[in-house]
Design a protein around this ligand. Structure first.
Ligand code: PHE
Length: 345
């Protein structure tokens, strides 16, 4: 092998061994740099005759071209490798399935409230909403509940600052809604005209100091109120029976109005239902308190109890939800466990 071939071979080998572009540029200097081996050979030409210069120069140039070509190839190869490595590093696996965002849904108790609103809506009841932090007047006094009534004890009620309470029931909405209604129709009422009937339900959150499998400190109630000039207990029976049969999709459902006591109704009754079929068949299940609105309460609504009369009821949507779906622990509704809640979607 002549000297030029040897240098060319050495250069190719050195280039091949350079692992990075920087290393390659260092190695290049050894062959093609100012004091590189090829430059030294060119310098040697000076001592030669014109003839020798021609042939030797051409040979050196050929070798130099071969080395430069090898260098270019190696540069390209290293750049390709670098790009490849970077692509690898930044690789996105576009075949991965997208992140699923599971569809949400309504809480089972919200489903019940929607159902209640739909059924009573079809019977001409409006839906009213009111505050959960309530004054003593609306929660107790206006509802004919005297100072010494056990419902007022610290034991049963969450008192908050300023003598306010977390409403213990939705019954304060009877007064709030009726007062607004009466205000709107005051002139008509005073003129002895026929006031449009008050027909409303008021669903919402209520609070009592109570906690076990069937009681939660926060729970739901739905109030119902129908006041007119000739609204009787019979109407309560018809409306509530219709409601229960529709709600539970059970036309042979039986209702029982069991005499009871509430300060704001007289007479008063607990409403029990009995299924004729299914796992709960034959048992009496309490679903609501009810009664004919007490004259003192009618007065607090701004109406004359000699002229206006009606009924009210308060039911437990949580209880209705438990019965409808066969849930035996009320706390499940408020734990926020997605495994439980997703069953109702
Ligand atoms: N407010 C009563 C309760 O919470 C229920 C009720 C409402 C009773 C309306 C009669 C009339 O127990």
């Amino acid at each position: 092998m002549n000297e030029l071939d040897a240098i060319t071979a050495a250069a190719k080998q050195a280039f091949a061994q350079a692992a990075t572009p920087a290393e390659l540029e260092n190695v290049k200097a050894q062959f093609l740099g100012k004091s590189g081996r090829m430059t030294e050979l060119m310098k040697g030409l000076a001592a030669l005759s014109v003839e020798e210069k021609k042939s030797r120069g051409a040979a050196i140039n050929l070798a130099k071209q071969a080395i430069e070509a090898a260098l270019t190839d190696r540069r390209q190869a290293l750049a390709d490798a670098e790009l490849q490595a970077q692509l690898q590093l930044e690789a996105l696996d576009v075949s991965l399935p997208g992140r699923q965002r599971p569809g949400g849904g309504l809480h089972p108790v919200s489903l019940t409230l929607e159902r209640i609103e739909g059924i009573f809506g079809s019977m001409g009841f409006e839906v009213a909403d009111g505050p959960e932090i309530e004054t003593d007047w609306f929660n107790f006094t206006a509802l004919n509940t005297p100072e010494n009534h056990p419902a007022r004890s610290m034991h049963d009620t969450f008192y908050v600052e300023g003598g306010h309470v977390l409403r213990t029931h939705t019954s304060p909405m009877q007064i709030r809604h009726a007062v607004q209604h009466v205000k709107r129709h005051r002139a008509l009422i005073d003129a002895g005209g026929a006031m449009p009937e008050i027909r409303v339900i008021a669903p919402g959150r209520t609070y009592r100091v109570d906690s076990d499998a069937t009681h939660s400190p926060m729970f739901h109630q739905c109030e119902g109120l129908w006041i007119g000039e000739n609204v009787s207990f019979k109407d309560l029976k018809v409306v509530f029976t219709d409601f229960c049969r529709t709600f539970f999709e059970s036309s042979d459902l039986v209702l029982r109005f069991r005499p009871s006591f509430f300060p704001f109704t007289e007479p008063s009754a607990e409403i029990d239902i009995q299924f004729q079929n299914g796992p709960l068949a034959g048992r009496w299940l309490e679903v609501a308190g009810s009664g004919q609105v007490h004259p003192n309460v009618v007065r607090n609504m701004g109406l004359d109890p000699e002229k206006y009369i009606g009924f009210a009821f308060g039911m437990g949507p949580d209880r209705l939800t438990m019965l409808r779906y066969g849930v035996n622990d009320l706390r499940l509704f408020f734990d926020g466990d997605i495994r439980f809640l997703s069953q109702f979607q």
